[in-house]
Structure formats: structure tokens, C-alpha cells
Write a protein of this length. Structure first.
Length: 508
């Protein structure tokens, strides 16, 4: 059996492990779903042990399905949700549940950071703005204020890939793409922790892990982890990367002016640059390949909203659906019964605040135009179209910079939906190209693993060689019809923005 690589994609609502051969062919895969803990409105947490159990289960099953020998695995790469803040002790044990990127508890801390550092200086150093959830420093400060014992006992503040890498290797680490989501990292400069920012915010730099390029081997699989995973000790483990950066690698979006739409629990629109020319309206990160950065629209819950519909209106095993994937297919089939525009129903998919481009932690979901004549099919289609309007909102930011986006590659679990792909193309007005391997983030993680294991020379050239792209959907004449709905979508948000503030005050 030829050498193979493991790409482990730890997402917000599930983990998938995929076994690839050195030519990027999928040999076997396994996935496991889990949920989010919502202890209070607009909070979002997960137990890191849930990730690890999912990694163990999916690695074992994927290897079995692939029919490969554990000894054939040359390297392991990780793609993870970002950021998911995990304070750990000296043994790498989580001191509390992880605080996720859609969590809005640290709005107060984000405001203090902006006042303390200054918005302009913060952007100059980190390439980003202060915001709860989207960056982990506000979460660290929230822990310091609300859980001082946890802050004191924290040996390292890790993100999800650092936690799993530690479970695998015993090493404490963070990669460049994750560090870019901290508000403590010189993203466009030296790619190192900013001692000045740490000092001014009162975050001891010794509580931050060593940073690495995403493709760099951090350590090797230790015997205990190897036994759990069903692999031999000594397998190289690379630092890993943000799921969007991995998806860019896995779709070949590694050159300047290429764009990726990644559709999952969260939805991202990523534009690659070869210089750190950032935009404060968007999220800005280091890429998982050398000398590249990503200007990214990051939407918190369009995919999670469709999952919410699935969980509340459908049930696997019912209505002809044998499993979760079949349930989504059933939902899409029903949504197609509703015409474009969902019979005048418009959905704002802000189920846990929103990041780009509105940056409103208090935004909430809104279903507008509901009448007695509407059906479940209309609601389903409105949810899909609402996600597309959010993407269009971020595309307009890229266009306002003079960036030409003439074609977009698409990946992620939501890209499996032919209907959602077509709606996206019609709303955006640009053609979408679908790579042969739809598990783009896992393939990107595997390419990073192969680079660290010396299977490939570098991740960018490997991506260019391995990724095959076919034309998926082109925009239709419906684009003109969707224009009116998109601008009404924007007007709706502008009109209810003050109401969100009123609701926040009522909630206390």
C-alpha cells in the first residue's frame, strides 16, 4: 500500500478525518457530529475532550475504511475551527470549556482593548479590530475578570489545533493562522507575539505558546496517543491551521487574487494577497502557505442556521431520510419547491451576533415577510438565500477595494448542496468552481502534513499539482431578480439595528 496522509478537520459541529494517498486521492473518511453548549444567550462553548474523542473515533474508522496499514501513515495535519480558546495547565489539561468564535461574552473586554490600545494602532500591529469571539484576547481578559483562578492556573492559552497537537505530541504550540486570530500577534510584520500589546493588556507572554508555520512538524505521536488512535508512535504531526486557510490549500487557492467561498457551520469568503494590505471591515490572517495572507469575510452562523432548521423541523430516520446527510438532501429538495425569493420571505441569519462586515455582537436572526400562505419550503429557501446575501455583503467590501472577483472556488460541507451552490452563484453574480475533492479543509490539512513529512516540497506547489477543479454553477438571469432582494436584506438590517440594542437592554 502506498504512503498516505491524514487530514483531520475539527469543525464547530463535527469532526471529519480523511485518508489521502500522496496524489490527493481520497481513500477513506469518517465523521462524527456533536453540539455546542449555550450556557447563556450569545455564549458558545465546547468541551475540548469532545474534539479528542471525535478525532480518535474518526481516525480509527477512516483508516479501516481506507484499508491501509497504520504504518503507511506518513503524517497528520489538522484543520480546526478558529478561534476556540482553551486555557490549559502544565499537563495540557483543559481548565474550562473552550470559548468559540461565535461567543459574544467578551464585548466589554473588546471595547476596553480598543480604548486601551487604540483602534488604529491595534489594526497596525495585528491587522484586525477588537471583537468578542472572533479573536481570543478578549476571551483571555474575560477569564481574568470572571474566572481569576483559571487565569492564574493557566500554563498556556491554546486554540483548538494546539490542544489536539498537545494530546498527540505533548508539545504546546500555535500556528500563524491561529495566532492571527488572537489580537496579540504581529500578523503583517514579524509574525511573532507582540510584547508591547501583551504588556499593555496584562496578558503574560509566557502564557502564550510557541508559534510555527502551519506545515512545520511540531512533534511526533507519543505512545499513549498512538494507542488511542490506532497508529504507531513517531508519526510526524504538523502545527495545523485555521479551517479556512486549510480549505484554501485544499482548493488550490494559494495565489494572490484567488478567492474561496467555504460553506460550513460558519461561512467564509477568503481573498488571497501577497502583501499584508488588510481591511478593517474584514478578518485578516496569515495564510497556511508561505508569503501569503488572507482577507476574509467571516459570517458566524449561516450554516448553523440551516442545521438549526434540520434539528428542529426534521429528524434523521423520518420522512424518508436515513441519516443527517440524507436529511439535508431532503431539505434541499423541499426548498426547491419554493421560487427564487422564497415568495417574499427574507432571513437575516444572525443567530449568534455577526462578524463581518457589520461587526454587531447583538444582532439576532430575523424572518421577515411571513404570512399564512408561506410554507416550510419557503422558510428553507429563505434560510439558504439569507446565507448568500451575507456572502454578497462581504463580496461588496472586496469590490470596494478595487479587487476583481471574477470567479470563486467553493468548498466545505455546504458546497455539496447543488441548490445552495446555484443560489450563491445567482446572488453573487459570479461563477463558482467546485474542486474534485469536496473535503477541501481535510485535503489542505493533509497537504500541510505531507509538506512537514517531506512528501511534498512546499504546500503551495503541492496544492497546485493535486487540486483538480471543474466548473460547477454559473449565475443565471435570476441574478437581476436577486439584486432587489439583496438590497432589501441590507435595508432590513439598517432598520432593525437599533432594535437589537433595545432587545439587549431588555435582556439585561
Amino acid at each position: 500500500m502506498p504512503d498516505c496522509l491524514l487530514g483531520v478537520d475539527v469543525g464547530t459541529l463535527g469532526t471529519k478525518t480523511v485518508v489521502f494517498d500522496a496524489e490527493g486521492h481520497l481513500l477513506g473518511s469518517s465523521s462524527r457530529e456533536y453540539g455546542i453548549e449555550i450556557p447563556r444567550p450569545a455564549w458558545a462553548e465546547q468541551d475540548p475532550e469532545t474534539w479528542w474523542r471525535a478525532v480518535v473515533e474518526t481516525v480509527r474508522v477512516a483508516l479501516q475504511k481506507a484499508g491501509v496499514s497504520p504504518g503507511d501513515v506518513r503524517g497528520i495535519g489538522l484543520s480546526v475551527l478558529t478561534p476556540a480558546l482553551v486555557p490549559v495547565d502544565r499537563m495540557g489539561r483543559a481548565l474550562r470549556r473552550a470559548i468559540l468564535m461565535i461567543d459574544q461574552r467578551a464585548v466589554r473586554e473588546a471595547g476596553w482593548i480598543e480604548k486601551q490600545i487604540g483602534a488604529d494602532r491595534l489594526f497596525e500591529v495585528t491587522g484586525n479590530r477588537a471583537a468578542s469571539g472572533a479573536y481570543s484576547a478578549p476571551g483571555m481578559l474575560w477569564i481574568r475578570r470572571e474566572e481569576p483562578r483559571v487565569f492564574e492556573e493557566t500554563f498556556r492559552f491554546l486554540h483548538a489545533d494546539g490542544y489536539i497537537v498537545h494530546r498527540m505530541t505533548g508539545e504546546f504550540s500555535m500556528d500563524y493562522t491561529q495566532a492571527s486570530a488572537s489580537l496579540l500577534f504581529e500578523t503583517g510584520g514579524r509574525k511573532t507575539w507582540s510584547g508591547e500589546l501583551c504588556a499593555e493588556l496584562g496578558i503574560p507572554p509566557e502564557k502564550l505558546p510557541e508559534v510555527h508555520p502551519s506545515w512545520e512538524v511540531v512533534g511526533e505521536l507519543v505512545p499513549e496517543a498512538a494507542g488511542e488512535l490506532g497508529l504507531p508512535p513517531g508519526v510526524p504531526v504538523v502545527a495545523g491551521a485555521n479551517d479556512t486557510a486549510c480549505a484554501c490549500v485544499g482548493t488550490g487557492v494559494v495565489e494572490a487574487d484567488m478567492t474561496l467561498l467555504s460553506v460550513g457551520t460558519t461561512v467564509t469568503l477568503s481573498h488571497v494577497t501577497d502583501e499584508s494590505a488588510f481591511d478593517v471591515r474584514l478578518v485578516n490572517r496569515a495564510h497556511a502557505v508561505p508569503d501569503r495572507w488572507i482577507i476574509m469575510g467571516a459570517m458566524s452562523t449561516p450554516g448553523a442556521a440551516y442545521r438549526w432548521l434540520r434539528d428542529h423541523l426534521y429528524s434523521p430516520g423520518q420522512e424518508g431520510a436515513a441519516d443527517a446527510g440524507a436529511t439535508y438532501s431532503l431539505m434541499d429538495s423541499e426548498a426547491e419547491e419554493s421560487p427564487p425569493g422564497a415568495n417574499g420571505l427574507i432571513f437575516l441569519p444572525y443567530l449568534s451576533g455577526e462578524r463581518t462586515p457589520i461587526w454587531n455582537p447583538h444582532a439576532r436572526g430575523l424572518l421577515f415577510g411571513l404570512t399564512l400562505s408561506h410554507t416550510r419550503a419557503d422558510i428553507l429557501r429563505a434560510f439558504l438565500e439569507g446565507g448568500a446575501y451575507c456572502v454578497r455583503d462581504n463580496l461588496e467590501v472586496l469590490r470596494s477595494r478595487g479587487l476583481k472577483v471574477e470567479e470563486v472556488r467553493i468548498g466545505g460541507g455546504g458546497a455539496k448542496s447543488r441548490l445552495w451552490r446555484q443560489i450563491m452563484a445567482d446572488v453573487l453574480g459570479v461563477p463558482l468552481s467546485l474542486p474534485r475533492v469536496t473535503e477541501a479543509a481535510a485535503l489542505g490539512a493533509a497537504i500541510l502534513a505531507g509538506t512537514g513529512a517531506k512528501v511534498y516540497g512546499d504546500p503551495a506547489s503541492a496544492a497546485r499539482r493535486l487540486v483538480e477543479v471543474r466548473r460547477a454553477e454559473r449565475p443565471r438571469e435570476l441574478h437581476r431578480r436577486y439584486e432587489g432582494y439583496y438590497w432589501l436584506f441590507k435595508k432590513l438590517y439598517d432598520r432593525v439595528r437599533e432594535c437589537y440594542e433595545d432587545l439587549r437592554r431588555l435582556e439585561g
